[in-house]
Ligand binder design. Structure first.
Ligand code: ADP
Ligand code: ADP
Length: 229
């Protein structure tokens, strides 16, 4: 498992004001760190930097001690598996939807990924909608179940790091609970970075960073942060 480290990272989009100010954090191998904060705080900017869509202006970003500027884009993408918040599923079996994560994966590997994401009971079924070829009506998947498919697809790729991106919108509380559950199951013993809107999505993170105005203004466990409020 890999460690991620941001050390004194300053960043501003080209020609614009500074967005990140001396951001430092470390995700130890096999642990889960979450970044929460209001819109515009700089959360997605951190994930874009991790993918090297942008380079830092000052400071350093490393994965397993290696500066990401010395890593090829291809190996960076292989190392980090993104679980997006909104997943579009193909109108084909859940098995197919998982297999898409890594063409050539064996049945056993696909089933193992499905088991880890707790969707193994319905992988032969179709997602929402009616499949005219098979002539069968699909399952009505909940938001959480859809995300489990995305999780299985990402796990199948075998990334060293999981990145959950929950930043884009507020979830209804049922979906939030479902996602919380799958997130804690699947992130056990995996280096995981979660970008989230709200503290309630990331209760069991080993460390939570509160980002505001591009600065880490608070850090600690969920319990610790609740006590601070
Ligand atoms: P968050 O994910 O916390 O909502 P972002 O990282 O998306 O925040 O954005 C942080 C700040 O950077 C915001 O003020 C946003 O307007 C600005 N920003 C985001 N993308 C760009 C860009 N491509 N060019 C200039 N400014 C940007
Ligand atoms: P795919 O699912 O198509 O195989 P990858 O696993 O290669 O995608 O992931 C990299 C892609 O994910 C990038 O091209 C990028 O556009 C997209 N992406 C999704 N969420 C984010 C995010 N928060 N920050 C940066 N890129 C993201």
């Amino acid at each position: 498992d890999a460690a991620i480290e941001f050390k004194d990272v300053d960043f501003g989009y080209e020609g614009n004001r500074q967005i990140l100010h001396k951001v430092s954090f470390r995700v130890e191998p096999g642990t889960k760190v979450a970044i929460v904060g209001p819109s515009g705080a700089g959360k997605s900017t951190i994930s874009r930097i991790l993918f090297r869509f942008y380079d830092v202006n000052a400071g350093r970003v490393t994965i397993d001690g290696q500066d990401i500027r010395d890593v090829t884009q291809a190996s960076l993408r292989a190392a980090i598996g993104i679980v997006p918040q909104d997943t579009v599923l193909f109108n084909d079996t859940i098995r197919y939807n998982i297999a898409y994560g890594r063409p050539g994966a064996s049945d056993a590997e696909i089933e193992e990924a499905a088991r880890l994401a707790s969707i193994d009971t319905f992988i032969e079924r179709l997602p929402d909608g009616f499949d005219t070829i098979v002539g069968e009506r699909g399952l009505k998947l909940s938001g959480g179940e859809k995300q489990r498919v995305a999780i299985a697809r990402t796990i199948l790729k075998g990334p060293q790091i999981l990145l959950f991106d929950e930043a884009t919108s507020a979830l209804d509380s049922k979906t939030e609970k479902e996602i919380q559950a799958s997130l804690s199951e699947v992130s056990q013993n995996r280096t995981t970075l979660v970008i989230a809107h709200r503290l309630s999505t990331v209760v069991d993170a080993d460390e939570i960073l509160v980002l505001d105005g591009g600065r880490i203004v608070e850090r600690g466990t969920h319990t610790h942060l609740l006590e601070m409020q």
